[in-house]
Each structure stands twice: as C-alpha cells, then as structure tokens.
Design a protein around this ligand. Structure first.
Ligand SMILES: C[S@@+](CC[C@H](N)C(=O)[O-])C[C@H]1O[C@@H](n2cnc3c(N)ncnc32)[C@H](O)[C@@H]1O
Ligand SMILES: [Zn+2]
Length: 561
C-alpha cells in the first residue's frame, strides 16, 4: 500500500492559532474557526470514546490471535524453527474466531478449516515464506471531517501504525491537515489526510485496513459495499447510522430501499434498527464471500453503531440465512414472533440448508385476533460477543481518565453486559399494560413472575423499560391475566384487543413473589445503566453550521414513539 504523505494536493498554508478556538477531546485538539464550515458535534464524544474502547480491545485481541496462530503453527509444523515462536503466549480463550488480519494468518485460517492436506502442505510452504510478524494496525477513517476521531485514534490507541483520514469536502480536508499539524509529531507521523470519495478509495484499497470506520451524515448504506471489501480478514468495521427515523419505521419504504429490510414501529424499534443495519452489512459482505461477526452493537443517544469483524469463507457464508429472521408484529396487541429465513437439517451425516418453515403465526393473532405486519429481515443472531463486552468494560474501567465520556460508556456497556444474548427484541411492560388498559406491575414483580414461570429475563441497553425474555407471548399474557384479576380494569368494547386477551382464562397461575434474579446485578449494586442527556443542544447535527430544532430532533430520533 503506498500513500504519499498527505497527498500531492496539500496546501502548505500557514495559520495563526489566534484566529481559532481550540477544542480538546481526549488527547486530541482541533482548531475551530469562527466561520466554521466543517462538521463537529461535541455530543458524539460518546461515539468516539466507545470506538476507542473497542479499538483497544480489538488491538489486544488481534495480538492474542496472532500469537495463538503462531503457537498452533509451531505445533503442527515442527520443521519451522523454534526461534520464530519462542516468545509466544498461549492463545486467548476469549477468541471466538481465529481469523487474523495479516496475510499469512488468513491463509492459515483457510488451511485449518476447509482445505485437504495436500493443498495445506503447499500453503504451509507459502506461509513459511511470508513474514509472520504482526504489523501495527492500519485504520481508515473514511468520513473524517475535522479529523478529530482520526487524531484521537492515532494519539490515544497504542498499536496503531497508520490512520488514513478521508473526506470529499475540500474545506474539511484542509481543516483536517491543519489539525494534524497542530497536534504535533505523533499525529504527523501516523496520520494521512486525503481528499477523496470514500467509496472510490475503499474500492481501490481492497483488504488493506484492519479497521474501517464509517461515521456518515445519516445513513451509511451507500458506503457499505466498498467498506466491507476494504477490511482485511479478521479486521473490524465500525459503522454509525444516524437516520433513525428511517430505521425505526418512520419511512418503511425508504428503509427498505436503503437497507433491504422493513422496519416495524414497535417499542423495540431501536434494537430492530441495530439488527437491520447488521443484516444489511452482512448482505453486502456475502456478495464477496465474506460474513460478519458482531462484537458490539449499540444504540446511544440519537444513533446506532455496529462493530463487526469481517471474515472470508464461502462455506461459513451459507449460515447467513440461519442468522436472519422476519418479524411478525400483531397490529392489535403488539405481540411479536420471529420467522427464521433459513434452517438446516442433518441428512446422512451432512448438513443441508433449506428455507425456513413458515408461517410461524396464523393469519390472525392467537392472543387478540388481529392481523400481523411483517418486518425484516433482521439479524436475529447475537449482536454482541459478551466476552468482548466484558473485556471492553474492564479495559475502560482500568483507564477511566482516558475517557471523557467515561460515565456514559460505562453505563451503556454495563447494560449491554446484562442483556440475554440470544433473545432478539424486547417487550415493553408499559405497552403491554396499555393494551390491557390496566395499571402496570412493577418491573421487579413482572420479571419475578416470568422467572417463577421458568423463563429467563433481562433488561436491554436500548430502553430502560424494555424486557427481554424467552417466555412465549401466551405466557406473558397469562401473567398479565393473573395480574388483572387482582387489579381489575374498566370494561372495554368486546372487540378491543385487551378485552379479547382478558376474555380467556389463564392456563398458568402467575407467581409474583420476588425472585432472586429479578433485579439486574448492576441495579442491585446501584451501578448506573441509563444516564440523562447531557445538555440542551444534544442531538444529531446536519452539515456544519446547520442546527436541528427540537421538533426535527424528535422526528429524527423517534422520541415519543
Ligand atoms: C458526520 S461527518 C464525520 C464526523 C467525524 N467522523 C467525527 O467523528 O467528527 C461526515 C463527513 O463525511 C464527509 N463525506 C460525505 N460523503 C463523503 C464521501 N462520499 N466521501 C468522503 N467523505 C464524505 C462529509 O464531508 C463530512 O465531513
Ligand atoms: Zn395480537
């Protein structure tokens, strides 16, 4: 990969620092002119801090995986001189996938998974000739604006060799270059800024970056196809989407055209947004025989952000339909049911792939009798790797002073660490009670009834009132029928969904006695999981110098839904 330092286009214009206000975030400083034309949103510090936390964990994980690969190699091929592996440590047990991001390692992964031994031998010889030293990570900040994020990566994260910052806006690139110079020698030695269309740049730099960061205005959809190609095997793609009005169902047809999925306007819409984004990234990856493994997927403030690793494997790619589902949501009582896109069967000791069995619901809701809307497909496999989440959280806690948004990112990561990993979407207790027009049981009582009925439950980082559970909807309604017996409701019209639900006798006798696990660990320890918004002008920003009104903000982020 060849990069001319800051490109030929650079203008070596001098600048007077006194003409600017200095903005500090972490170890980076950017210069802001009073007539600023370059995008800057202070509240995205949460986004940048979270990304730095993930990046640090990625870099240590990548190193562990590399060491594990070398150790494995020295075991399987004793002809390789010992001195090449004498410094190796045992492989990390948190490694979920052994894909490694430097060339030789990629070969090794392919070898051990798919290839017959004769081919492996050839490849091993090839591998031996390759330099197996782990090179410092290469990061692409594809949409960099002032370069603040790229500067923070270069200055704060150890183990990064190069950060390339792109923007297709000339003024932003000039600002970015000014900021690089202003940040001194480390920034100047590690950072490059280019005036380029990110899509063209990523397409012409396939499998070159260990980390690709997409942080666009609104939707990342037009950047995904090139971004998934620019990441090395085992590398990580970090992707923000701020177009929550689209992803949360405000414009279902627009969402379908951008992301290939229909959103539903449920209380869980922000988690559905995360899952639509993941499904979309996966579909782009699949076009190039690649697939994603999410390590962390967050809804914060007014956006969603996905951190996914990318691997190449034509055989693993066949599993994609097993990780996707359609969602049926009842138009009367908001009950929801997942319909997997694909399934597998074992025939003569081999795995066969088939379309999912369906429909998983009858024409009319068996709880309230109304019709269903069908949304998706969404990513219905886990959206976080809990070992990564624990490692990121531990790392953040050990470097508290390095994170200006420490409280917020700790709260979000704590809430995520408590989520049931295998349960897509969630119920809203308020919504359930609103359907029945009853007073709501407390969350602890409701969770206790679910646990006492033999099911699991957890909160969700997406919504303080949300409840994830593996209890079927009919059990949830039974619990509520029992609740209403002791907390009667006013009579409603007989065709009302709540009346239809309450007209049935419960099969299950709910037990609301407090169950031990009904309080989350964090709540029991009084660790914050949700924090109020920090300031008045909190929210997404449009292009530089354009401000969003409260009314537009509500529309954009789906508040009040
Ligand atoms: C939301 S801002 C990025 C903010 C930055 N990542 C941060 O953390 O402060 C999006 C930037 O993408 C740039 N942009 C939009 N389309 C682009 C494209 N096709 N190629 C390169 N840059 C693009 C815009 O000029 C803008 O500066
Ligand atoms: Zn229903």
């Amino acid at each position: 990969m060849e990069h001319s330092k800051n490109g030929d286009e650079e203008k070596h214009t001098c600048f007077d620092v006194n003409d600017y206000t200095i903005i500090k975030e972490g170890k980076a400083q950017i210069l802001m002119h009073p007539t600023n034309q370059v995008f800057y949103n202070k509240t995205q510090v949460n986004n940048r801090d979270m990304s730095i936390a993930v990046l640090r964990t990625f870099i240590s994980q990548r190193k562990l995986e590399h060491e594990a690969m070398l150790a494995k190699r020295s075991k399987t091929d004793p002809k390789i001189p010992d001195d090449s592996v004498s410094e190796m440590k045992p492989p990390a047990d948190s490694v979920q996938h052994n894909g490694i991001s430097n060339d030789g390692c990629e070969l090794l992964e392919e070898m051990s998974r798919d290839e017959p031994s004769s081919i492996s031998d050839v490849r091993t010889r090839k591998l031996r000739r390759k330099d197996v030293e782990l090179k410092p990570a290469r990061v692409l900040e594809a949409l960099s604006a002032s370069g603040l994020r790229a500067l923070r990566y270069a200055r704060e994260v150890e183990g990064i060799g190069l950060v390339v910052a792109l923007d297709n806006d000339k003024v932003s690139v000039e600002a970015c270059r000014r900021n690089i110079r202003f940040n001194g020698s480390v920034a100047c030695s590690k950072l490059e800024s280019h005036l380029a269309d990110a899509r063209v740049y990523m397409l012409t730099h396939p499998k070159e970056f260990d980390v690709v960061d997409l942080d666009p205005y609104g939707s990342p959809s037009v950047f995904l196809d090139s971004a998934v190609q620019s990441v090395v095997d085992g590398g990580i793609l970090m992707c923000t989407a701020t177009d929550l009005a689209v992803l949360c169902g405000g414009n279902g047809e627009v969402c379908y055209s951008k992301y290939g999925s229909y959103p539903l306007r449920g209380k869980y819409c922000h988690e559905m947004a995360l899952r639509i984004l993941l499904a979309c990234i996966e579909s782009h990856a699949n076009r190039y025989k690649r697939y994603i493994v999410p390590v962390l997927t967050v809804h914060m403030d007014f956006y969603v952000r996905a951190f996914v690793r990318i691997y190449s494997s034509a055989s693993a790619m066949k599993n994609t339909p097993l990780k996707l589902s359609y969602v049926y949501q009842c138009t009367g009582c908001d009950s929801f049911h997942l319909q997997p896109v694909g399934r597998t069967i074992l025939k003569n000791n081999s795995l066969r792939y088939h379309p999912g069995f369906g429909p998983t619901v009858p024409q009319d809701c068996s709880d309230c009798g109304k019709k269903f809307n069908m949304g998706g497909p969404i990513w219905s496999a886990p959206i976080h790797d809990q070992e990564w989440v624990a490692a990121i959280l531990a790392d953040v806690k050990s470097m508290k002073e390095q994170y200006p948004a420490y409280d917020r990112i700790c709260a979000v990561l704590t809430a995520i660490s408590e989520e049931l990993p295998d349960i897509p979407l969630f119920l809203s207790l308020h919504n359930i009670s609103a359907t029945l027009k009853c007073t709501s049981p407390s969350a602890v009582m409701f969770r206790s009834a679910v646990i006492n009925a033999g099911y699991r439950t957890s909160g969700t980082h997406v919504n303080p009132l949300g409840l994830k559970t593996d209890a079927p909807m009919h059990t949830i309604w039974d619990i509520m029928r029992c609740w209403v017996k002791n907390h009667p409701v006013k009579a409603q019209p007989s065709q009302h969904p709540g009346s239809v639900i309450l007209a049935k006798e419960p099969v299950l006798q709910a037990n609301f006695a407090q169950a031990v696990a009904s309080l989350s660990k964090a709540k029991a320890k009084k660790v914050a999981r949700f924090l109020p918004n920090p300031e008045r002008h909190w929210g997404p920003k449009l292009r530089a110098s354009r401000q969003i009104t409260e009314r537009i903000l509500k529309m954009l982020v789906g508040i009040g839904r």
